[in-house]
Structure formats: C-alpha cells, structure tokens
Design a protein around this ligand. Structure first.
Ligand SMILES: NC(=O)c1ccc[n+]([C@@H]2O[C@H](COP(=O)([O-])OP(=O)(O)OC[C@H]3O[C@@H](n4cnc5c(N)ncnc54)[C@H](O)[C@@H]3O)[C@@H](O)[C@H]2O)c1
Length: 440
C-alpha cells in the first residue's frame, strides 16, 4: 500500500488493468512504457473477443479481453509477469497490486474504484467518472479518507492545446469573455455504432465474437438491470455501444461532456465548485429514445455561473463542431483535440509569455497516465484531474441529463450542498444498484 507515500522496496509499482476493452488497451499500452510501472494483472469477464475498437468495419476491429491483454503485456516484458483474472475482487484483494486502471463500462466505475481505494490502491478511473452525482460524492469522500492518488481519465487536461486555451481564458487574455459554445461529439445515432445495429432483440445464445460463461455474464452486468430472461442484446451489451443505454452508460452528453465541461470548469476556475443554474434545456428525447438509446441524440442547454458567464452546450451536429468556442470582442478562441485557433491579437502568444503572477495551470510532464504515476512517486504532485475535479465536471452533465429525462427546462444549482431547487431532478441524484451490489 502506498497511501502514505511509501513505495515498495522494488521502487516500482504493480498495476492492474480492470476493463480490457477499447480504451483500457490504450491506457495499458501507454502506462507500460513507464519504467516505474509493471502491469501484473489484466482483468475482464470477457476472456477474448475480436470485437473491439471504434471502426464499424469488422475487418479493422481488434482483439480485447483479459487474455489478449495479458499476452500483450507478457510479450512486452518478455516474461510471464502478468496474470489474467475474470473477477476484479481478486485484484482488489491482492496486496501485491499498488494501483488500478479502471476502464470498464461506466456502470462499474464507482463500485470498483471505491473498493480499490479502500484496499489502499491508487486509482486511475476513466471518464465519465460516475453514473450519478451521489456516486461521485461518495468516491470523493473515500479518496479523501484513504489518501490514495486518484486520476480521472480526462486526458484533455494533459494536452497542451487545452491548457493553453484554459490559461488564456483564466488570465483574461481574451478581454471581456462572457460566454462560450460547446459542441459535444456527434450524436450517438451518427457515431460509435461500432458495427452493431440499433438492435433491441434479445439473444439467448451469446454470439461467437463474445463468449462468456454464466458467471462472467453476471459479472459483466453486475449492478445493472438484467434484460428479461438474462438475455444478451447486441445493441445494448456490445462493446462500446453499452454507453447509449442507461443500464450501463450515460449517453453521449456525459460521454464527451466529461471532456469539454471539464475544460470549461478549468478555464473558469470553478473546478471544485460549479454553476449556479442550468437553463433553456431542450432535446429530441421524445423522438429518439427507445430500448437501445435511453438518452437523447440532439440536445441543448445553458450552464450559468455566479458571475453571469454562460456556456451554451449542445451536440456537435447542432453546434457544427466538437470542441469549445469562447466568445470575445476581439475574436473567438476555439479549441478541440490537436487544434487551437486564437484571435489575431494572440496569434503569437505562447505559454512562455505567462507572467509569474498569472495563473499557471497544471502541466503534466508527460502523458495523462504518466502524470498519475508522477503523483504516486511524488506525493507533493497533484494529478491533473483528481477525483473531486472529475466529479464536479461530470455533475454538470448529470444535471443536464436529469433535466432532460424529467422534462425540466431550468434549475438553480447549489454547488456547495450539491442540490437543486427541483424535486424531480434531486430524486435522480443516484441510481439503483441491483443484484446484491452496493457502492461501498
Ligand atoms: N478518455 C477517453 O478519451 C475515453 C475514450 C473512450 C472510452 N473512454 C471510457 O473508457 C471506458 C471503457 O470504454 P471503451 O470504449 O473501452 O468500452 P469497451 O466496451 O471497448 O470496453 C469496456 C470493457 O469493460 C469490460 N467490463 C465490463 N464489466 C467489467 C467488470 N466487471 N470487470 C472488468 N471489466 C469489465 C467489458 O467486458 C469491456 O471489455 C468507459 O468509461 C469510457 O467512457 C474514455
């Protein structure tokens, strides 16, 4: 256990990957490059499946699951360093594991992260951090109590273009900037179909590309409501598409809201608090929601802060872009992955021009994963996106989703008490966890 900053005698930490799918594989490949780390467990109820990756073309999909990941790790280390396990509780109970990378379906994040923290493990947990505001608050409590390092997988915080944009806004370089527009990734009926049809027909037999034993299937579904007859439904349970259904995911608003709302909060300096209101909420939920898509495809809402700053947030189809556009009299600042467009008067500005007394935001020295490891080895180094910060970012998305699902168009939000002025929205502060699973 490294909760007090004591490192194992080897001077190296042993890490387990929990959730060996599309993103988990990317996180694993990245952290393995860090010589201070050894990946010693890969954990997933799925043993081996060729169905992973964003590309809907099945010839371009890749293998995932605990066995291929274990093989990749052992080939990298040229030895049998890593073992594959199906049940994450085995990983959490194992004293040899110092840290976990959690890249499961969203519905598992909180339960696994809390159990891991209580066992003294440092946690890197993928975004969206939670399924509910209550889950996030509990995770923050446990993170505080245990003192472990917690990094949320909001990797835009470790990217130079987003830091530069946030620093320009935070230090007033745009002049009078009172609003922004945020476009969140294309709606899910346009993207991430992943080759799986919008298909709500249950299958008694699991398809060849995804075989699980009865125990493994139970572990995959965990606290989520099971489909009638415990059936497999391709459009709901397939790799990646699970995020469009509320049994296991949050829909596309939090999927990308976790990233761009996080940058908004960073730029405004509200990352440990939040807005005072959500207003003008509209969506196409009534037309698009069905058994597969529990969430809207098109939506729009305003996030209003105490000083009057207003962020208009919508799907990227409506916005016409995926990213953040800060509006200012001398020209807009636009930022998206790998690209920043500054107004003309800031064209030659670089981060080196920041003055000593100005706000210097967190600079990860390397990747988001190595920033996590930096924080484990140097307890004075706070990671780029601690639990509280990730929780506050995704809270905005949960609030908007709750407004949409309850038909509420505006709420006032008390970020200190984490409660709104609307009973229907407050009633959605948590989700139900079934099948004997508890938050911990
Ligand atoms: N930071 C980013 O940019 C980014 C990008 C993509 C995905 N993500 C996040 O990463 C997470 C995984 O998404 P994905 O796209 O890789 O999905 P995926 O479907 O490809 O992988 C999810 C994996 O979790 C596994 N899993 C389910 N229950 C489990 C359990 N009990 N124990 C261990 N593993 C379990 C599944 O079997 C699957 O292999 C999600 O939270 C997603 O939002 C983040």
């Amino acid at each position: 256990m490294n909760t007090k900053g004591n490192l194992p005698p080897s001077g190296r930490i042993d890490v387990a990957l929990i959730g060996c799918g599309t993103m988990g594989i990317a996180n694993m490949n990245e952290i393995m490059k860090d010589g201070r780390v050894r990946v010693t467990r890969t954990c997933d109820p799925v043993a081996d499946s060729p169905a992973y990756g964003y590309d809907p073309d099945w010839s371009k999909k890749f293998r995932g699951g605990r066995i291929p990941c274990m093989e990749t790790v052992n080939a990298f280390y040229k030895g049998d360093v890593c073992r594959a396990v199906a049940d994450w509780r085995e990983v959490v109970a194992d004293p040899s594991i110092d840290a976990v990378l959690i890249a499961t379906t969203d519905h598992w994040h909180a339960i696994i992260a809390i159990a891991a923290m209580k066992a003294g493990k440092h946690v890197f947990c993928q975004k969206p951090l939670t399924m509910s505001i209550a889950e996030g608050r509990r995770m923050c409590q446990v993170a505080d109590e245990t003192g472990v390092v917690f990094q949320v997988g909001s990797q835009q915080r470790s990217a130079a273009e987003f830091r530069e944009a946030a620093e320009l806004v935070a230090n007033g370089y745009l002049g009078e900037c009172r609003s922004c527009t945020i476009g969140l990734c294309p709606p899910h009926n346009d993207s991430h179909g992943n080759g799986f049809p919008r298909d709500a027909r249950p299958r008694r037999e699991l398809p060849d590309w995804w075989k699980l034993s009865a125990e493994e299937w139970d572990m995959w579904q965990g606290p989520a409501p099971h489909w009638e007859g415990n059936a497999f439904v391709p459009g709901i349970h397939g790799p990646m598409v699970w995020r469009w259904n509320d049994r296991t995911g949050n829909g596309c608003l939090p999927d990308w809201g976790a990233h761009h709302l996080d940058i908004l909060q960073w730029a405004l300096g509200t990352e440990r608090g939040g807005p005072v209101a959500i207003e003008n909420v509209t969506s196409d939920l009534a037309e698009t929601a069905d058994a597969v898509f529990s969430w809207p495809c098109l939506y729009q809402f305003d996030v209003v802060y105490a000083d009057g700053f207003r962020a208009t947030v919508c799907d990227a189809k409506t916005a016409g872009f995926n990213g953040l556009r800060f509006h200012a009299p001398k020209g807009d600042l636009f930022v998206t992955r790998g690209k920043i467009e500054k107004p003309a008067h800031l064209a030659s500005w670089t981060e080196a021009d920041l003055l000593p007394g100005e706000k210097h935001l967190h600079r990860s020295r390397g990747t988001h994963e190595s920033d996590f490891v930096d924080a484990i080895f140097d307890r004075a180094w706070e990671p780029a996106c601690p639990c509280e910060v990730g929780h506050r970012s995704i809270t905005i998305a949960h609030l908007a989703n709750s407004c949409i699902r309850t038909g509420v168009t505006a709420i006032r939000w008390d970020a200190v008490r984490e409660t709104s002025d609307n009973a229907a929205v407050n009633a959605r502060a948590d989700i139900e966890r079934l099948n004997g699973w508890e938050l911990g």
